[in-house]
Write a protein that binds this ligand. Structure first.
Ligand code: CO8
Length: 264
């Protein structure tokens, strides 16, 4: 599909932004292709998604500066909304999305990674919000998600100075969960995705929703959200079988097996 490749194997989808000649910069077509790739996933099958960029140099080097350079105010706002809508779709995607950041994650590249559930990166990764140096704001969610992820003080420093940071600094401030050699990154992302995919899918989805929705409200309302999602797991095959397996194990350790969760 155009600028985005999607491969599904063993319950995991790997979505690759594929515009390496422009360091995978996000133009309107890339954004459309990305949305189509997520929309096209069969959630009866896919239990986790890995999002990465083509090549060894860049994850995503930002929104396409050429395309943005002549926009009017109204067009700029519309372009910001287009990115925000798609990134929000990724953030709210029913199954977890892991960003495997294999190089530059600048501007919209850092922002798309922040709409994913988990970020891991290669040693050559570089993060930053260079927008104020271009005369704009981080308009694909950067002013909101960076502060929520790493705290307002550090987010303001990165955004106001437009200074790029390397992988080790991104790890230190909690922007990424782990740093790997470039050649190991995708395998590590797929390994993590497989681990997620082996757990009860209804429960994993409920956890994502509980964390995301709960963070938007006060703690009392958040705990009600948690209670409802906790309750929603019961009477499922996966809950019955997951717990029965534990009880069988107590009864007779030889009876332990890996539960084949069914998503039902
Ligand atoms: N947009 C368009 N093209 C790009 C972009 C980009 N963001 N980044 C790289 N490219 C292109 C280059 O133009 C070049 O193309 P060509 O070969 O045709 O000249 C090709 O990719 C390779 O790039 P370089 O030759 O520059 O590669 P270097 O290794 O020398 O440099 C850098 C790599 C440091 C990553 C450099 O390319 C760079 O600084 N890129 C721009 C990074 C940036 O500023 N990103 C933020 C963009 S703004 C943004 O993302 C806003 C998001 C919010 C939007 C809100 C909407 C209103």
């Amino acid at each position: 599909m155009g600028f985005v490749n999607c491969e599904v194997k063993d319950k995991i989808a790997v979505i690759t932004i594929n515009r390496p000649e422009a360091l995978n910069a996000l133009n309107s077509q890339v954004l459309d292709d990305l949305e189509a790739a997520f929309d096209g996933l069969d959630l009866e099958v896919v239990r986790a998604v890995v999002l990465t960029g083509a090549g060894e140099k860049s994850f995503v080097a930002g929104a396409d500066i050429g395309e943005m350079s002549t926009l009017s105010k109204a067009e700029g706002e519309a372009f910001g909304k287009k990115g925000n809508d798609i990134f929000r779709k990724i953030e709210q995607f029913p199954v977890p999305v892991i960003a495997a950041i294999n190089g530059f994650a600048l501007g919209g590249g850092c922002e798309i990674s922040m709409s994913c559930d988990i970020r891991i990166c290669s040693e050559n990764a570089m993060f930053g919000q260079p927008e104020v140096g271009l005369g704009i704001t981080p308009g694909f969610g950067g002013t909101q998600r960076l502060a929520r992820l790493i705290g307002a003080g550090m987010a303001k420093q990165l955004i106001y100075t437009a200074k790029n940071i390397k992988a080790d600094e991104a790890y230190r401030i909690g922007l990424v969960n782990a740093v790997y050699p470039q050649e190991e990154l995708l395998a590590e992302a797929e390994k993590m995705a497989s681990k997620i995919a082996a757990n009860a899918p209804i429960a994993v989805r409920a956890c994502k929703k509980a964390i995301n929705d709960g963070l938007q409200v006060n703690i009392d309302d958040a705990l009600v959200i948690e209670e409802k999602l906790f309750g929603s797991c019961f009477e499922s095959y996966d809950q019955r079988e997951g717990m029965a397996n534990f009880l069988r194990k107590k009864d007779d350790p030889a009876k332990v097996k890996v539960v084949d969760f069914q998503n039902k």
